[in-house]
Design a protein around this ligand. Structure first.
Ligand code: DWN
Ligand code: ZN
Length: 417
């Protein structure tokens, strides 16, 4: 067995269809991806084995084990959705599309968003007087949303909660989620909740990192504790079908390194677009429903790790300064799987105050404010926030003009300036 094969038998039951599943690889001992910590917390740092599996019965890509939700989403949750200007624009466009194409003409519509974070999407519904409710378990980010006047309840979304929502507000015309569904281990519970909450002609729209992109680009850093699933159109159609919810549209998105927007409606209530059948056929052609594809992915991950470590070790021997850019959740998988130490990457620059002054999970690389990056540019910046490359490279032209270079690892390990 290769170093990235599971250390011991990692098997379990598919969270969606209950079939027997086994991990096809392991990324090893992993901490909580957003578990930024202080020196004195190192002794008690929590680790689990990060091992993905593919269910051959329903095609769902998932983690074998996931830490308890309370370990990941709590009053100190470190990720604020509004930390990217491009993402703010993306959600404004998403919200406007829902308002003009779906809600237009409806009388007093009601919108529910799962995992509404700091209100990056609902803030566009609120000023228009559209009835809305955000469901956000991480109380600190929910508080930011409330301070913006956005109606938010701090809870995990499930069937029981939908009964309370229906009792208080009635049924939802639209249920939205972005980068949230793939975080919820009880996906059948979410589907049952959506089935209960949706109005008869209502729709459920969500967008999440896309399995086809992850496999195609070897962006294995999408795999971390919070992402218990990585979806495809195939797996989504199958997971929601038992709840009479049908996949009626798909739309690829460039966000988060390649995402897919899924639209579902009550069976028979809307005609599915031709894009759905096309996407399903494309997924078969890519081999997303074939277990062999994941063995190839495992090999690609190992190659990527070897190349990145070779590059970082070479630069270290040459005495070059390398700094990480963006203390992303994704970077926790990269630093821990590859074994990147503070000797190789001096610190990670990040604009999020709650992360600054802390150590990165597991690898314990210091996280410093952005000002440290511009104060003395390093020779190389390792772009952990590669999904925001367009925004960041536009902003950091002075770094390149000063001779700085970017190291990227998706889709390949390479240096760009
Ligand atoms: O699904 C999830 C996605 C949507 O967001 C969550 N599980 C958690 C989170 O994942 P992430 O942490 O990998 O997301 P980002 O958006 O890639 O994180 C970017 C990080 O980089 C933030 O900490 C902010 C920081 N940043 C920065 O320092 N300078 C970002 C930009 C754009 C910048 O210019
Ligand atoms: Zn399954």
């Amino acid at each position: 067995m290769t170093k990235s094969g599971p250390q011991h038998d990692l098997s379990g039951r598919c969270r969606v269809c209950n079939a027997q599943i086994s991990a096809f690889m392991s990324f090893g001992r992993m901490p909580i991806a957003n578990g930024f910590l202080n020196e004195e917390e190192i002794a008690n740092e929590y680790f689990f084995e990060l091992a993905p599996a593919f269910c051959e019965q329903c095609s769902m890509f998932q983690l074998i084990t996931q830490p308890q939700p309370e370990k990941m989403f709590h009053g100190q949750y470190a990720f604020y959705s509004s930390s990217s200007r491009y993402m703010q624009m993306h959600f404004e466009a998403f919200a406007n599309k829902v308002i003009t194409e779906i809600l237009a003409g409806g009388s007093d519509p009601f919108v529910v968003e799962l995992g509404s974070n700091d209100g990056i999407m609902l803030r566009h519904f609120h000023p228009r007087g559209i009835r809305h409710l955000g469901v956000e378990p991480s109380v600190n980010v929910a508080e930011v949303a409330r301070s913006r006047g956005i109606q938010t309840t701090s809870a995990f979304f499930n069937r029981k909660l939908t009964e309370e929502i229906v009792g208080e507000y009635g049924r939802a015309d639209v249920i939205l989620a972005a980068n949230v569904m793939c975080h919820i281990p009880d996906l059948p519970g979410v589907a049952a909740g959506a089935q209960h909450l949706l109005a008869s002609n209502g729709i459920l729209i969500f967008e999440e990192p896309y399995l086809g992109d992850m496999i195609g680009k070897t962006s294995y850093d999408q795999i971390y504790d919070e992402h218990v699933f990585i979806f495809s159109a195939t797996s989504i159609a199958r997971a929601f079908a038992p709840y009479d919810l049908e996949l009626v549209d798909v739309a690829p998105q460039i966000t988060h390194g390649g995402s897919m927007r899924y639209t579902l409606a009550r069976k028979g209530s809307r005609q599915a677009t031709a894009r759905v059948a096309k996407q399903l056929a494309q997924e078969r052609a890519q081999g997303l429903d074939d277990a062999k594809t994941y063995l190839g992915f495992r090999q690609n991950c190992e190659n990527s790790r070897a190349r990145l470590m070779q590059m970082l070790n070479d630069l270290n021997e040459q005495g070059k300064r390398v700094v990480g850019y963006g203390a992303t959740s994704k970077s926790t998988t990269v630093t821990n799987y590859c074994g990147i130490t503070p000797q190789l990457v001096e610190f990670i620059s990040d604009t999020t105050p709650i992360k600054q002054g802390k150590l990165s999970p597991g690898a314990h690389i210091p996280v410093r404010p952005y000002g440290e990056f511009i104060r003395a540019y390093p020779d190389y910046a390792l772009l952990f926030a590669w999904n925001h490359a367009a925004e960041i490279r536009e902003k950091e032209q002075a770094f390149v003009a000063a001779g700085g270079q970017w190291i990227v690892y998706v889709p390949d390990v390479r240096v760009i300036s």
